[in-house]
Design a protein around this ligand. Structure first.
Ligand SMILES: NC(=O)c1ccc[n+]([C@@H]2O[C@H](COP(=O)([O-])OP(=O)(O)OC[C@H]3O[C@@H](n4cnc5c(N)ncnc54)[C@H](O)[C@@H]3O)[C@@H](O)[C@H]2O)c1
Length: 377
């Protein structure tokens, strides 16, 4: 089997996680297509070179364009900040190189739509890969909790709660887009669609709670403190939305990057006519299920995920052994490689990212006008 040549563009947090995921795929999926780490690009001087040395890429560069059309590279991870997704994604897709691109895929639905090419596009909506989420979907589709009536999805984080958190690209409209909408809201919208189907209409409100932050004094990666002169936060810290689903169900989505005391509090509670299902990312292997005949006073069971659920069996031999965040990326990498090998998309696609961006654009419009927004069919 010839190995598939891979490049990584942007070596911050996600660049590292994607790279490690490629390396781990054969450990968990012995029959998966083989990968060769060919090149890494990052514009911070020295960052790509250090990554190449540590993770085993053959080449390193500061200019991602060096990877476009390189015949040794058939697939590329795009893990740069949001404002670059469109330009970088469009260039590789046009060159016929498959892409695994991080969410939210650009700054708007128009950006996501600009990525065009006869290639596989996998998108980093990793929470749908959690075995408990896959199990929840199976139970919902099997009608185990009856018809879905209403649900709450929350994506709350404190990563920007400190007022001295640096004014990185994330807080600028031109480079970070719509703030927490694209950053955490996109994950929420993807999970809602994955579990409950399409969203028809919505009304939303948004807010900026920390209006100024210190500028960073050096190149940033991830979330760091700043000590430079203060500058304005240009995009949303918070969103609250009420969604009307095609099924008739009502869903609330709340996302915040400034929620003190909420560390990666991502999850949902879904109610049906006969039961309920709940999940919290921080207890990734536990699914709370109430599905009986009582209606009132129905007990809630904790179901630990195990080998039959989703991709759990590729990681651990028995129920209750915890999986981690990076495992979700190994699952995503494997699905990306299988998409390329089979020519059939597996997992979240560009179409999912475009629909998600349309919902987020709708949330921004509703917050501006105060009106209900009907989404395009
Ligand atoms: N799926 C998830 O759970 C998840 C989690 C975090 C981030 N993300 C997404 O991943 C992307 C990156 O986020 P991150 O947290 O890794 O950010 P980061 O700031 O840690 O890393 C971004 C990297 O891109 C590099 N970069 C910037 N401009 C570049 C250019 N012109 N050429 C080459 N490299 C360049 C930076 O130097 C940095 O190393 C974002 O789109 C973000 O939304 C997804």
């Amino acid at each position: 089997m010839t190995a598939l040549g891979v490049g990584v563009v942007g070596f911050g947090w996600m660049g590292r996680v994607h790279t490690q995921a490629y390396a781990r795929v054969p450990h968990h999926y012995p029959d998966a297509p083989r990968v060769l780490l060919v090149a890494v690009a990052d514009d911070v001087p020295g960052r790509a070179r250090e990554a190449a040395g540590r993770y085993g890429f053959t080449a390193a560069t500061e200019d991602w364009r060096d990877l476009v059309g390189d015949p040794r590279i058939q697939a590329v991870s795009i893990t740069v900040p949001n404002f670059l997704h469109r330009e970088v994604g469009a260039a590789f897709a046009a060159a016929g190189q498959h892409i695994w691109i991080e969410k939210p895929v650009g700054l708007s639905a128009a950006d996501a739509r600009a990525i065009v090419g006869d290639v596989q596009v996998a998108v980093g909506f990793n929470y749908r890969n959690a075995p408990a989420v896959e199990k929840a979907r199976e139970l919902l589709l099997a009608g185990q909790i009856g018809n879905i009536t209403h649900a709450r999805f929350r994506f709350l984080s404190d990563y920007a709660a400190h007022p001295l958190g640096a004014l990185s690209w994330r807080f600028e409209r031109e480079r970070g887009g719509n703030g927490v909408l694209g950053d955490l809201g996109s994950h929420g919208v993807d999970l809602i669609r994955y579990l409950l189907g399409e969203i028809d209409a919505l009304v939303a409100d948004t807010a900026v709670f920390i209006a100024e932050r210190p500028r960073p004094t050096a190149a940033t990666a991830g979330h760091q403190r700043g000590s430079g002169a203060p500058g304005p936060v240009q995009n949303e810290d918070y969103l609250g939305a009420l969604l009307r689903m095609s099924s008739g169900a009502r869903v609330t989505l709340e996302a915040s990057r400034v929620a003190v005391a909420e560390q990666n509090a991502y999850g949902f509670e879904i109610h049906g006519t006969r039961g309920a299902i709940g999940w919290d990312f921080r207890r990734m292997g536990e699914l709370a299920v109430a599905a009986g005949e009582s209606y009132q006073d129905e007990p809630v069971r904790t179901r630990f995920t195990g080998p039959p659920d989703g991709e759990f069996g590729a990681f651990q031999p028995g129920a209750g052994i915890p999986m981690g965040y990076d495992d979700l990326k190994v699952i995503e990498a494997h699905r990306f490689l299988r998409s390329i090998a089979t020519g059939t998309p597996q997992g979240a696609t560009l179409a999912d990212a475009i629909r998600c961006a349309e919902v987020l654009d709708g949330i921004a419009r509703s917050a501006e006008t105060g009106a209900w927004i009907t989404l395009p069919a």
